[in-house]
Design a binder for this molecule. Structure first.
Ligand code: SAT
Ligand code: MN
Length: 597
């Protein structure tokens, strides 16, 4: 039974939006298991969901073929002044954007039920948590929000009669005329999709897509775009980072927050199983990290989410044995292939491919087909409690003090395996000049290599130039307590196209070096890009890696790096007066070090 909402502001907003969208009925979500089961039953009956015989309480969904990933070209940051959105965001004047979207929202939920989803990002009552309320007519979104966030009555209770909430209006944009038969995955054409953010009002309006970050509004929209803008105003950080705890054989705990672009292995790293004897790892989060400086002077992190929305293809007992285990039950799969015996399948899963399957578009598929069986951005949605490596205290409302920041991207050349910043400002420069090769997590075509500072390029809710300044200032406030900053690249390839580094569990060797750097136990050598493990500094015991590969992985070629400079300069240039002199100082110093090398 849903608690009666006594929050007048919330009730009024729901009424107004219902008047605009004109659903047949309104249902308040209570977050219960019964509700989840009712919704999945509804979707099985309608044909939107396929129950999986091989995985208890698990379902497969196939999206519309045009609605398979975030669409950055249709994502907007609507501030009063265009300058406040900055050059990396799409901008439309708020009045104009609202006019356009109101036209689209008008009657958009006809023939459907509007669900009111009260949700909390972060443990309810935590000083780091925020409450949102999403309106949607998508039962798929309701179920995913159940897994990814804390939904229901306890959120309404926490709101009281005047608590602060972030309104998140969502519609798939596919009204049903009387008698019209529904499709399994209703959505609007790409030209009508809008994923809009109004950070000055803490408001989110999303229209036309039912997929991932476009539709699960607690994720990128609230927890990154809106939250980063709040964080700047309020002096904290909302970042696109995994959170991981490493435990040494002596029992010392190290907390790592790592930022990588979408589909660059954040989930795998968050669930790493160290290959070094005696070292253990625990998972705290795989995508989003909110951090505040607490009374001990250190920066504490929480994972505002409660689930994983991870890329399925490539997940195997080699790449991610933990996820492999986690996905055995109670999981929503989207755009994976379906096997004849009622299981899901994707490329690079364990074992041989099935002789026959139904691909993500619902067509017959057999090995050797031109197209992959699963969409490359096929996803799983699983609750944290199902993760075998879950940290027992992952819901600690106080957050966990961070020791190490890692930044990175996917680069087959130039960027070495690992390096450490000389100091905080240099680390901010390293993160700001991060780059990555394109992946399937975004639908738009992007250049083969794009600058993706802090892995926040698609998610920063204000001018990215000001964001850099915010990071510099956080360092000033943290002083001696500032986490150390590292950059990694697991994706370096040899001239023959081979991966040079084995990755996955072996990445623990690199993490161990970072931990030992903190304790002053491991050495490093000076290079123009930063501090790097010298001969014997990385623990490579038990790993057979050709010394030539290792040399390549840890090589800094000043000439190749020179080639990066014009791109970095051009990237920084676009921020004009919003680029702080502190960043220019770092760039100049880097150029000087390269010139001397
Ligand atoms: O679609 S999501 O934004 O949720 C996933 C991602 O791109 O990282
Ligand atoms: Mn992400």
């Amino acid at each position: 039974m849903t608690a009666v909402c006594k929050h007048e502001g919330l009730n009024q907003w729901v009424d107004e939006m219902a008047t605009l969208c004109k659903p047949d009925q309104i249902r308040w979500c209570d977050g219960s298991k019964e509700e989840y089961d009712r919704m999945t039953a509804l979707m099985v009956e309608s044909g939107a969901a396929i129950p999986l015989k091989k995985r208890p309480e698990s379902f497969l969904f196939r999206s519309d073929p045009t609605d398979v990933a975030r669409i950055e070209g249709r994502t907007y940051l609507s501030t009063l002044s265009e300058e406040d959105a900055g050059p990396t965001n799409n901008w439309i004047d708020p009045t104009q954007l609202k006019e356009t979207m109101k036209g689209l929202y008008n009657s958009c939920m006809r023939g459907r039920t509007m669900y009111v989803i009260p949700f909390s990002m972060g443990p309810i009552g935590s000083p780091l948590a925020k409450i949102g309320v999403q309106l949607t007519e998508s039962p798929y979104v309701v179920c995913n929000m159940h897994i990814m966030t804390r939904v229901g009555d306890r959120v309404i209770e926490a709101l009281g009669d005047d608590g602060e909430f972030i309104p998140c209006l969502h519609s798939v944009g596919a009204p049903l005329e009387p008698g019209q038969k529904d499709v399994p995955w209703p959505c609007a054409p790409i030209k009508d999709k809008y994923i809009s953010h109004f950070p000055e009002e803490n408001l989110i309006w999303s229209y036309g897509s039912g997929y991932g970050g476009n539709a699960l509004l607690g994720k990128k929209c609230l927890s990154l775009r809106i939250a980063s803008s709040m964080a700047r105003r309020e002096g904290w950080l909302a970042e696109h980072m995994l959170i991981l705890r490493l435990i040494s054989p002596e029992g010392r705990k190290y907390h790592i927050a790592g930022a990588f672009p979408s589909a660059c292995g954040k989930t795998n790293l968050a669930m790493i199983q160290p290959t070094i004897p005696g070292w253990k790892a625990e998972t705290l989060g795989d995508d989003i990290c909110w951090m505040k400086i607490r009374s001990d002077g250190r920066i504490h992190a929480i994972n505002p989410e409660t689930g994983f929305f991870g890329v399925a293809p490539g997940t195997s007992s080699v790449s991610n044995p933990v996820a492999n285990e986690m996905l055995k039950e109670k999981t929503i799969f989207t755009n994976c292939a379906l096997t004849d015996d009622g299981d899901v399948w994707w490329e690079d899963m364990d074992g041989p491919p099935p002789a026959h399957a139904i691909d993500w578009k619902g067509r017959d598929w057999a090995p050797g087909s031109d197209e992959p069986a699963a969409h490359p951005n096929a996803r799983f949605t699983s609750h944290v409690s199902q993760c075998p490596s879950e940290a027992p205290d992952w819901e600690d409302p106080e957050g966990i003090p961070i020791d190490i920041f890692i930044f990175g991207g996917r680069r087959s050349s130039v960027i070495p395996l690992v390096y450490e910043s000389f100091n905080w400002d240099h680390g901010v420069f390293m993160a700001a000049s991060a780059s990555s090769e394109a992946t399937a997590a975004i639908l738009d075509k992007v250049s083969p290599i794009r600058r993706d500072p802090f892995a926040m390029s698609p998610f920063c809710g204000y001018n990215m130039g000001d964001y850099f300044q915010h990071w510099f200032e956080m360092g000033d406030r943290l002083g001696e307590n500032a986490p150390r900053i590292f950059y990694v690249n697991w994706f370096r390839k040899g001239e023959d196209g081979r991966w040079l580094w084995p990755g996955f569990g072996e990445n623990s060797r690199v993490l161990k070096w970072m931990c030992e750097r903190i304790d002053g136990k491991a050495g490093a050598k000076q290079t123009p890009v930063g501090l790097m493990p010298g001969e014997g500094d990385l623990d490579l015991e038990g790993l057979s890696i050709p010394s030539e590969d290792l040399r390549k992985l840890l090589e800094v070629d000043p000439q190749l790096w020179q080639g990066e400079i014009p791109d970095i300069e051009e990237y920084f240039e676009q921020f004009g007066s919003h680029l702080t002199d502190r960043m220019r100082t770092q760039l100049d110093a880097f150029k000087e070090r390269l010139a001397k090398a």
